[in-house]
Write a protein that binds this ligand. Structure first.
Ligand code: UDP
Length: 244
């Protein structure tokens, strides 16, 4: 890894959207990408001594709105989305453990044969013991996305920051969509109110409000650029957008 230094934060929640697990060909889970993410998480854990809890999304497999848009019952479709996050969680667990990193998956919807139920105190204990904790199943409630559990769990486990990984080659928050508008410029730092008032695509508004109330900083960055998790942790200049 090229960036030296100590992490700015001792404990973080890394929000990985499901799309980050998939490749350009559209296959839902790309093993090479998941291994790359796993090795970066391990670098943070072992070399920077950061407690890492990962909240995984499921959009590479299913999103509630996909079904709702096609006429399905929204809550039913959201439960399918929550189950999709568990599939991604198990893929990430496998990749981490193949690299000898102890992990635990905890789910908000109980499925005792494959994972522990989410228990806050137990999650904290695992982190203290150097395990990577993967939190799946969202909140366990429909009508949310995984941004809200990322924020809620971060507050619960006393995390110092949320690292929101983007996956479309966009390395932070821009004044406009840089894929469409050539004049779009990257914003280095924003307040929660800026995000809400300007309708910027950082995380769902519910989760932004929650982070504001609980003073949880968010860094939006390109998680698929190798080395970026470390760069965000050590605070390398020019990486991502900080919301606080
Ligand atoms: N979901 C939900 N409640 C939650 C978290 C997720 O109902 O607390 C459902 C919702 O349908 C969502 C899907 O799970 O679309 C997958 O999560 P998300 O869209 O956040 O995945 P990502 O975009 O991060 O891949």
């Amino acid at each position: 890894m090229d960036e030296l230094g100590a992490s700015r934060w001792k404990r973080v929640v890394l929000k990985l959207s499901g799309q980050a697990f998939s490749d350009a060909s559209g296959s839902s889970i790309d093993g090479d990408i998941v291994s790359q993410l796993a090795s970066e998480i391990i670098d943070a854990r072992r070399n920077l001594h950061v407690d890492v809890a990962v909240v995984v999304g499921g959009g590479n497999i299913w999103r509630g709105m996909t079904g709702a848009g096609a006429g399905m019952d929204r809550a039913q479709s959201d439960y399918m989305g929550m189950l999709a996050t568990v599939i991604n969680a198990l893929a990430l667990q496998d990749a981490l453990e193949r690299l000898d990193q102890p992990t635990r998956v905890q789910t908000a919807i109980q499925m005792a044969q494959v994972a522990e139920p989410y228990i806050r105190r137990r999650a904290i204990r695992h982190l203290e013991r150097g395990r990577v904790v993967i939190l799946a199943g969202g909140l366990g409630n429909p009508f949310f996305t995984t941004d809200t559990p990322a924020a809620l769990r971060a507050a619960e486990i006393d995390a110092d920051a949320i690292l929101k990984g983007t996956h479309s080659g966009i390395d932070g928050v821009y004044t406009a969509d840089p894929r469409i508008d050539a004049d779009a410029t990257k914003i280095d730092e924003l307040t929660y109110m800026d995000v809400l008032n300007r309708g910027l695509k950082v995380m769902d508004p519910t989760s932004i409000t929650f982070c504001m109330d609980h003073q949880l900083p968010i860094v939006v960055f390109d998680v698929l650029e190798p080395g970026n998790i470390r760069r965000v942790l050590v605070g390398t200049e020019g990486i991502g957008t900080l919301v606080r």
